[in-house]
Design a protein around this ligand. Structure first.
Ligand SMILES: Cc1cc2nc3c(=O)[nH]c(=O)nc-3n(C[C@H](O)[C@H](O)[C@H](O)COP(=O)(O)O)c2cc1C
Length: 237
């Protein structure tokens, strides 16, 4: 390889570094979407890219359902009815909703304060808070709803695999100008709408679409991330 091609290679790699880091750092949870349809081909390309990700023993334990139009609307209708009827979650895994250690609970409180505070809702305005929570079950009016499922016979390692797959989808979406946000799930209601194996459980829902950046700017202050010093523990260097 000549020095020219080494330089060219370096430049190309450097650009890749900039793009990838930018996508990772500038992505955010979009809770406001434009009513612009997402082409089916974009979802296919995004999932195709995520599907190339690594998994323990190459088991690839994920499935993802992409809901459009009337199929999405019918699910939203049923989930909203369940939410308004105060039906309990039917999530098939423990998402640590209670007894969260203080370190993590503090971040959760901070997020709540930011989400409701930015929308001008006081912490004790329960009716308004519920109205905002209901938006979760509408997938924040995003044009596409994704449902990620996992085989329930697999152990914790499969959740790692799925998390990597989901992040792959988020990055691939961001690269196409689409934003994504994980949402809650009513496992049993979703099962009635999608024909997935009884061995599979809903791990995560996701809204995906083109963000309404003006609304985001007005209503969302992204929560702080932990500092590098706090997270990275370099030893032996
Ligand atoms: C597994 C998972 C579930 C989430 N569930 C919700 C949710 O139900 N509602 C919501 O508004 N945000 C949800 N989020 C988004 C987080 O609140 C968000 O990622 C976090 O506050 C950091 O903000 P950022 O994504 O803008 O960097 C979820 C994120 C993940 C990874």
């Amino acid at each position: 390889m000549t020095s020219d091609t080494v330089d060219e290679q370096f430049e190309a790699d450097n650009l890749t570094v900039q793009i990838v880091d930018r996508i990772l750092k500038e992505r955010f949870s979009a809770r406001f979407y434009l009513p612009i349809p997402v082409p089916r081909s974009a979802i296919e390309d995004i999932v195709d890219a995520a599907n190339a990700g690594p998994s323990g023993f190459n088991m690839q334990p994920w499935n993802v359902y992409a809901l459009f139009g009337s199929v999405k609307d019918a699910l939203v209708k049923d989930m909203l009815a369940a939410f308004h009827a105060d039906e309990p979650s039917t999530a098939k895994f423990d998402n640590m909703a209670v007894n969260v250690p203080e370190e993590f609970a503090a971040r959760r409180r901070e997020l709540g304060a930011r989400l409701y505070g930015a929308l001008g809702v006081s912490q004790d305005d329960l009716a308004k808070k519920r109205e905002i929570q209901a938006r979760n079950f509408r997938f924040f009016d995003a044009p596409v709803a994704l449902i990620f499922t996992l085989n329930s016979q697999l152990k914790e390692g499969a959740w790692l695999d799925l998390g990597i797959f989901i992040q792959g989808a988020i990055i691939a979406a961001r690269a196409r100008g689409l934003e994504a946000l994980s949402t809650p799930r009513y496992n049993d209601i979703i099962r009635t709408h999608l024909n997935f194996s009884p061995k599979d459980i809903v791990a995560c829902g996701m809204a995906m679409g083109y963000a309404d950046h003006e609304q985001v700017r007005q209503n969302y202050v992204r929560p702080a991330k932990r500092s590098l010093e706090e997270v990275l523990h370099i030893v032996g260097a």
